[in-house]
Design a protein around this ligand. Structure first.
Ligand code: GRF
Length: 188
């Protein structure tokens, strides 16, 4: 069975691209039915269009409420028979509406060893604390900020005073860990 997924992203979309390329290589058994972004014009849109994957650009502020925004998302997900929602740099808390429609079927990746450094700029937070080791976490999404059940983690050595180098190691690990973890999850 090929898992039918939607990838949600707000920014660059390098994790989206890693997932899509892993599928193309035949490593990850999944089908990306749809990319959804809450930031029309984000770079992920360009990446998805280049790969021929349908994109829906939905600005939350054009809806009368968060519930209405998520109801629209659910409608589109169901029309496309989406089974899993894969968050990849989606910079928005998922609300109860979407959570209850996709219970235990929404996954996120976060650039720290949770529960340390949840929320925005996890890499900056880790470096400001002077930790020597940080990492990446893949987890189920619940109503909290990066608080859901942890599925997989990997570690990265912090390169002192070199954010760019640390960030690049984290992204490299993210791309491997996310695709491998999703493959394990979809197999079961
Ligand atoms: C990643 O670091 C991810 O862990 C976090 O947001 C970033 C998204 O990067 N949630 P990209 O858009 O996939 O390049």
């Amino acid at each position: 069975m090929v898992a039918k997924i939607a990838v949600f992203a707000s920014g660059s979309g390098s994790n989206f691209q890693a997932i899509a390329e892993s599928i193309e290589r035949g490593e990850l058994t999944a089908n990306i039915g749809l990319v959804i972004t809450d930031k029309p014009g984000a770079f992920v849109v360009t990446r998805a269009e280049k790969m021929g994957i349908p994109v829906l650009e939905l600005a939350p502020k054009t809806f009368e409420s968060k519930v209405a925004y998520e109801e629209k998302i659910i409608e589109v997900l169901q029309e496309n028979n989406i089974e899993w929602v894969i968050l990849a740099g989606y910079m928005r808390l998922v609300g109860e509406t979407l959570l209850s429609a996709y219970e235990n079927r929404i996954i996120n990746i976060h650039p720290s060893l949770l529960p340390s450094f949840p929320g925005k700029d996890a890499i900056g937070q880790a470096m400001a604390h002077g930790v020597k080791i940080t990492g990446v976490t893949v987890h189920f999404v619940d109503a909290g900020m990066d608080t859901g059940k942890i599925i997989a983690q990997g570690t990265v050595d912090v390169v002192e005073d070199d954010r760019a180098a640390t960030e690049s190691s984290i992204h490299k690990l993210e791309h491997e860990l996310y695709t491998n973890t999703l493959q394990q999850l979809f197999k079961n």
